[in-house]
Design a protein. Sequence first.
Length: 191
Amino acid sequence: MVINLRKKMKIILLVLAGVLIIFSIFQLPFVQRTSYPMPYKAIVQKNANQFGVDPLLVTAVMREESKFMPKSQSNAGAVGLMQLMPETAQWAAEKIGLQEFQPANLNRPEVNIMLGSWYLSNLSKQFNNNTVLVLAAYNGGSGRVKDWLARGDISPQGRVEEIPIPETRAYVRKVLNSYAKYIKLYPNYSS
């Protein structure tokens, strides 16, 4: 009986040690980077620098919007890596002087990232660089966020828990979580 109990305790200890080892391995940055990769790094860096946004924020938005699939399309009609609505992309293209823009170009990473980076920059200017408000506007529209602010539904500090629409609140949380992971895993990459 004592021998069986000792064998069981050894097995339990071995299993626990295995779990701790596996957990420790998954905490290593190079392992975590497989879940938080940096695809399109050169394109992101170029456009983030050009428009004055953090490349890690652009990457976090891409991760959550499209899982880095350039030809993704939402049920609402948002297209590409940064899931831009064609109308928003057309407006952004006009604002930055992109000649001969076609909605089909949104499947091209260099075009989608350029327009999405500009749009994030534009929203940052509108909302005083408040990342919560910027992401809420990216998801739900800047007009809606301005309405929330005007009605007092959300404070100018832009706390996530104040966002009135659950889908937008969840979206902002997801992007902020990804953004925090990217900052931790790529500390020398932010602008």
